[in-house]
Design a binder for this molecule. Sequence first.
Ligand code: COA
Length: 234
Amino acid sequence: MEILTHRVRIAAPGDGEAVGLLAAVALEHTDEATQGRARPGRDLLGHIETRGGIIRARHGHAICRVAADQQDKVIGMIHVAPPMSWIDEHPMALRPALGRTVVELGMLAVDPGHQGRGIGRSLLAVVEEDERARGTEVLFAKVAWTNWASLRWHRNQGFTVAAPDEALLLYTSEGETSLVDLKDGHALLYKPMQSGIRILRTRLPGDVAFLYLSSLPAHSGHRRLINAGSPAPN
Ligand SMILES: CC(C)(COP(=O)(O)OP(=O)(O)OC[C@H]1O[C@@H](n2cnc3c(N)ncnc32)[C@H](O)[C@@H]1OP(=O)(O)O)[C@@H](O)C(=O)NCCC(=O)NCCS
């Protein structure tokens, strides 16, 4: 029988400081310049500290969850949000569909004294269950290329690691768009959230490789169409 050592819950008021400390663990391998942009702002930590981990965000929801030990001490955290700046680059008509389709795993960290005991896996499992229910199609994460342990961990958890310069193409009823390598020292990783959807790799003429979502067998060449006009889930 597995002994319950921790539970995952939405961050509660008062968890802001613990989440801030874990954010530093998550950004350990990120260079200073990028850390500045990625570090959770005082407004995010302040929101968690006073109001908890459900945060209204442009184009969807942002949620910070924590893993707490039996004394309710925070020992891990995971934060998801829509990739807001990327969505902002698109025409208005397309933004709601992109917000429902793609969710970014912004921060994931387990306290160094508690790593390797299944806490990261259970934080991710709770996020995945929730995102599946919301209809999210793909979860994406950015991990520093120098963070080998984390890249390996994500691959073991079912993420596809895009090669440098390899985009994820998304086909929508409003046209084609892509998530691209920002050349900031981070790998982009993707995991499909719905059963039957896979991430496939192909090459364009000129030997340019890219990834795409497919809901049909690999050999069919079918590319999944995101419907920009579909209604938002309740
Ligand atoms: C990456 C991280 C979140 C993983 O959390 P964790 O609680 O240590 O990992 P878990 O114990 O849940 O790992 C689950 C599985 O991965 C395996 N695993 C653990 N560490 C691993 C590693 N470095 N490489 C590959 N597999 C690993 C475990 O053996 C376990 O395997 P199983 O499913 O076969 O039993 C955690 O190590 C961490 O906080 N690292 C520093 C911060 C960071 O790099 N964050 C991500 C970038 S933002």
